[in-house]
Design a protein around this ligand. Structure first.
Ligand SMILES: NC(=O)c1ccc[n+]([C@@H]2O[C@H](COP(=O)([O-])OP(=O)(O)OC[C@H]3O[C@@H](n4cnc5c(N)ncnc54)[C@H](O)[C@@H]3O)[C@@H](O)[C@H]2O)c1
Length: 440
């Protein structure tokens, strides 16, 4: 039976390399569909956690994860020599950037090496890590072919980028359409068929390069649009009398040709901040300057500095010195309702304030137990009205839905709101300094 027929009859197996925010949900989804699935990770702690039947990804239902582990549909291991037993191998490892913001595809290359060491005829490898065009064909394929096997005949290879949006209650793995581009048509057909087992709509494109580029376009699109409203927020602050949040909401009433984006303290996470740099780095090899990407990064990365100045202005207007001021940061996760701290703009704001001499910084965040602010480890404070009341300035950096914004404003002396989280608060609005409203 061909691999395609096996997939269509659901008689195949899946291995997922890299069990993070992308890989574990993917592996669980296949296991839920009854497909024997192996999860591989180099982190022994993650594997040990799973082998105790426990879950570490907030979006996943721990009962479901425990169930598929208990009934053996999902196995977890650090042992790459198990790979030959599996028909489809997904690679979901990190693609960070270096200190100079150049792409670091070393994890992808290491994962490709471990696949190559264990490659058997007839397997299909699907790269999901976000990366620059030509990674699949120019970097992964040569590693896999090193032993003499040929793509399209001995094994199959495709790129199919991930679109998971942690914390999103509406769009999840099954109902979010996904794109796939194989090195050959057969590669595309096989990879698309595997994806269709767990995803309702799969869009086939002509090559891995198209799939790689479309993923970057998605994230650059967000970065550019967020930068646009961040710039307009700063203009509104300078003009006074115009609230950017009201402006965006009014514009969003246009039923076509407009999509709302909102300002904030900066962008974070493993995607929108990093991915545009993958393309601007590659463009330089073609003597091409990606102006939109550069400008968007400049505006977005200036936002934590802008919020830092908002805080310092409020302290300057009070009777305390910055060194003594008790500054409470509300929310340090990089976005609402997630437990992900990676490249969080809130953390950047804390680092900048610490650099300026603020010695009395603390934070509340139900999802992040500790943070490291330039070498100082802080523990999340338990939320209390007293904590708010004792603070000289409260800064809302992440608008978690379980914060009580009425209580925050009621008890605080001064609130700096960078997310419009206090939009519905009625009492005490004179204490609120809202980014982009002219009273920041
Ligand atoms: N997090 C998201 O929301 C999201 C969304 C879309 C795309 N992506 C992309 O997906 C990729 C993975 O992101 P993530 O957030 O899941 O990362 P993550 O850091 O949460 O998980 C990656 C996992 O890979 C493991 N790993 C690293 N090298 C390995 C190797 N050689 N063999 C086995 N395991 C290895 C790590 O230990 C880690 O557990 C990135 O390219 C990212 O840009 C992420």
């Amino acid at each position: 039976m061909s691999l395609l027929e096996q997939i269509n009859q659901k008689q195949f197996s899946v291995a997922v390399i890299g069990l993070g925010y992308v890989g574990l949900p993917l592996a669980v989804e296949f296991a839920k569909a009854g497909i024997p699935t192996l999860g591989i990770d180099v982190d022994p702690e993650k594997i040990a956690t799973l082998n105790r039947g426990e879950n570490y990804i907030q979006d996943l239902d721990s009962g479901v994860v425990g169930g598929v582990l208990e009934n053996g549909t999902l196995r977890a291991s650090t042992d790459e020599t198990l790979l030959p037993n599996y028909d489809i191998i997904y690679i979901c490892v990190p693609t960070p950037f270096s200190a100079n913001k150049d792409p670091d595809i070393s994890y992808v290359l290491q994962a490709a090496e471990s696949v190559q060491r264990n490659l058997r005829d007839g397997q299909c490898i699907i790269l999901k890590s976000t990366t620059f065009p030509n990674t699949t064909e120019g970097h992964v394929q040569p590693i896999l072919e090193r032993g003499g096997k040929k793509v399209g005949t001995d094994f199959y290879l495709a790129f199919s980028p991930e679109r998971i949006d942690p914390g999103n209650k509406v769009w999840h793995t099954a109902n979010t359409p996904i794109v796939v581009g194989g090195v050959t048509e057969e590669c595309t057909r096989i990879a698309a068929a595997a994806n269709r087992v767990i995803i309702e709509k799969v869009v086939e494109v002509s090559s891995p390069k198209v799939a790689e580029m479309e993923k970057l376009l998605e994230n650059i699109f967000r970065s550019v649009n967020i930068a646009l409203v961040n710039e307009l927020a700063q203009l509104c602050d300078r003009m006074g009398g115009v609230n950017i949040w009201e402006v965006v909401e009014a514009a969003a009433t246009k039923p076509f040709g407009f999509m709302p984006f909102f300002p904030g303290p900066g962008i974070g996470g493993h995607c929108i901040l990093i991915d545009p740099y993958y393309l601007s780095w590659q463009a330089r090899q073609y003597d091409f300057v990606t102006n939109f990407i550069t400008l968007a990064a400049e505006v977005n990365e200036s936002m934590p500095f802008y919020v830092q100045r908002m805080v310092i202005r409020q302290i300057a207007n009070s009777t305390v010195r910055l060194q003594d001021a008790k500054i409470l940061i509300c929310g340090v996760a990089f976005k609402r309702d997630v437990d992900d701290l990676r490249h969080s703009p809130a953390l950047r704001v804390m680092e900048l304030l610490k650099q300026d001499g603020a010695a009395n910084l603390c934070y509340v965040d139900p999802y992040i137990p500790t943070v490291d602010v330039h070498g100082t480890v802080l523990h999340a404070q338990p939320y209390s009205d007293q904590l708010i009341a004792d603070s000289d300035v409260v800064v809302i950096t992440t608008d978690h839905t379980n914060f009580d914004y009425e209580a925050i404003v009621r008890n605080a002396k001064v609130v700096i709101d960078t997310r419009n989280a206090t939009k519905h608060v009625r009492q005490g609005r004179e204490k609120i300094h809202l980014l982009g409203s002219g009273n920041g």
